[in-house]
Ligand binder design. Structure first.
Ligand code: CA
Ligand code: CA
Ligand code: CA
Length: 226
């Protein structure tokens, strides 16, 4: 009954009261907030070991990658143990057939030598490559997993925010952020709830217009419509 009432009210309004469906649709569209997502190369990918969701970002600086990670609802990955370390490297480091350095959330930007995870987690797991972290030239505060082909891969190295050479690269090697989101990705039921909310808003908009026109006495009989 409720479902049948919505189109009846809206169609009636259209036929008899010069109702502006365009204005109503604009109102509904403006009310349904679609979250903006950063560009990703791949994802979401679920790690079966912890149920977390991961994304591989396009090559970028560590800071820009972390900003993208936040927009996706997470942070650059916190590598909690060897199992997650292996899974991240094997899943993303050769995506598209290209060897990639992978930004993690580990950094010592706040205090030199005191590495912390940007997520706030306190995992003590580390997998430094031989000779790292070396804070080369006093300007390396951001940690990545070394790319396949580097002799110490897949161990870890500290780099400047933008890498070296073209920003977001280690000269010819792309540096890509890996995002970890602890919360599950919205499923179809969430989408249905969103659409249901839009339908309710549309219905409310129609009723409001009808009531307003009745109050204003601006109802136009069908035989007077032009
Ligand atoms: Ca993790
Ligand atoms: Ca440093
Ligand atoms: Ca280094």
């Amino acid at each position: 009954m409720f479902v049948l009432t919505i189109p009846y009210v809206c169609v009636s309004a259209l036929l008899y009261m010069k109702f502006s469906i365009f204005a109503c649709l604009v109102t509904v569209m403006a009310s349904v907030v679609v979250p903006m997502r950063a560009l990703t190369l791949t994802g979401p990918v679920v790690n079966p070991a912890n149920g977390h969701t991961y994304y591989l970002l396009d090559q970028n600086s560590w800071t820009a990658s972390e900003a993208e990670a936040v927009s996706l609802g997470g942070h650059l990955v916190t590598v909690n143990d060897a199992a997650e370390d292996v899974w991240v490297a094997s899943t993303f480091s050769t995506f598209g057939g290209i060897g990639r350095g992978l930004w993690t959330g580990l950094n010592d930007v706040a205090q030199e030598g005191a590495f912390t995870w940007i997520s706030g987690e306190t995992s003590a797991y580390r997998n430094w490559a031989t000779g790292e972290p070396n804070n080369h030239l006093g300007n390396e505060d951001y940690v990545h997993i070394l790319w396949p082909g580097e002799s110490r891969a897949p161990r870890w190295n500290d780099l400047p925010d933008a890498g070296y050479g073209t920003p977001g690269t280690y000269f010819t090697v792309p540096l890509n952020g890996v995002v970890e989101v602890a919360s599950p990705v919205p499923d179809c039921s969430s989408t249905l709830m969103l659409l249901s909310g839009a339908a309710v808003l549309f219905f409310g908009c129609c009723v409001r217009q009808v009531l307003q026109l009745e109050i204003d006495g601006r109802i136009v009989p069908s035989d007077k419509m032009t």
